[in-house]
Design a protein around this ligand. Structure first.
Ligand code: CP
Length: 362
């Protein structure tokens, strides 16, 4: 049984398979209309969503399956204190596959450790959002005709924008990718992603605060919303919320072949006037998300292989605790704090749930 927690759970070949299946679904929907007959998808959304939840539900219905679930934590037994582990065990009794969104980082991973059916991470806090990346990959492939040799500008909230984190992890596996990280200094990409993704895979990258300076060189401009709900300080959000607004005037400096992507929802970071520009691909991207989620559901339901085991050295020490307030361990007291050793010589490790870096005594 396979789950999708992080985009790198799938190999490049598996991603190609998903892309090709999604294209075939969009061209031949009738062929797939009964593929999931008799199967149930559970959508467990502990955080608001329009696209992800409803595209998952549309995906399962268009495959001939059924959908159960909830769209807010308050209408589930999480409101009475039920743990993620127990929730996953219970849902495994009722559904063949589940998609979970949760504000705490690592929650879908905890679910996958306890479920007996595939679990899909539909977004966990500021950590990652692999099914958005599937939508992004299909959009890039269809709009730009390739997944390699691209200059990608990621603009906005790169600190909390989980879609950017997953997209960069995916793009690290293709050649000739250059990345421009366009953000205010307070919202720069987390160091662990620069280190573990961009630097590890020798991706060329540059950090800048100027969208105007960057836009002319881009093949893809990936705009993001400033993630109000992740800020500790309201004042800080108010100060940064209008950092970038893409306008028709700024689009004049972009290449004719550049495409604008946005995971949506947008607040005001793209002027509605840009929607009429044929280079604005974000509504097509949302449709692509449904096709990729259909392909993903098929793959996970058909795949009987166990999840791939890693050889990571795991560290458990009662004195070593994850201190990320957004980690699932911050609210689930029974959960054992575990760390993956990343550099034994330097005493570095990362929380297995949220990837926060820790130093341990050698
Ligand atoms: N892109 C995305 O995750 O949108 P929703 O929050 O509406 O699901």
């Amino acid at each position: 049984m396979r789950s999708l927690i992080d985009i790198t759970d799938f190999s490049v070949d598996e991603l190609w398979d998903l892309l090709h299946t999604a294209c075939d679904i969009s061209e031949n929907p009738d062929k797939y209309a009964q593929k999931c007959s008799g199967k149930k998808l559970a959508t467990l959304f502990f955080e608001p969503s329009t696209r992800t939840r409803l595209s998952f539900e549309a995906a399962m219905l268009e495959l001939g399956g059924n959908v159960i679930g909830f769209s807010e934590a308050s209408s589930s037994s999480a409101a009475k204190g039920e743990s993620i582990a127990d929730t996953a065990k219970i849902i495994s009794c009722y559904a063949d596959i589940m998609a979970m969104r949760h504000p705490k980082e690592g929650a879908p991973y905890v679910a996958s450790l306890n479920a007996t059916v595939p679990v899909i991470n539909a977004g966990d806090g500021g950590h990652c959002h692999p099914t958005q990346t599937l939508a992004d990959l299909l959009t890039i492939y269809r709009e730009n005709g390739r997944l390699d040799n691209l200059t990608i500008g990621c603009c906005g909230d790169l600190k909390y924008g989980r879609t950017v984190h997953s997209l960069l992890a995916a793009m690290s596996r293709y050649s000739g990718i250059k990345v421009l990280l366009i953000s205010p200094k307070e919202l720069r990409l987390p160091g662990y992603i620069k280190h573990d993704v961009l630097e590890k895979y020798n991706m060329e990258y540059l950090e800048t605060e100027s969208l105007e300076d960057a836009i002319g060189s881009l093949d893809i401009l990936y705009m993001t919303r400033i993630q109000q709900e992740r800020f500790d300080s309201r004042d800080e959000y108010e100060r940064l919320k209008d950092s970038y607004v893409l306008t028709t005037e700024k689009m004049r400096s972009a290449k004719d072949t550049m495409r604008v992507l946005h995971p949506l929802p947008r607040v005001n970071e793209i002027s509605v006037k840009v929607d009429d520009d044929p280079r604005a691909a974000y509504f097509r991207q949302a449709l692509n998300g449904k096709y990729m989620r259909m392909a993903l559901i098929l793959k996970l339901l058909e795949n009987k292989e166990p999840s791939k085991k890693t050889n990571d050295e795991i560290l458990v020490d009662e004195n070593l605790l994850c201190d990320n307030p957004r980690c699932i361990t911050s609210v689930e007291q029974e959960l054992e704090h575990k760390f993956k050793v990343t550099d034994a010589a330097k005493g570095l490790c990362r929380c297995i749930y949220c990837e926060t870096k820790k130093v341990f005594q050698i």
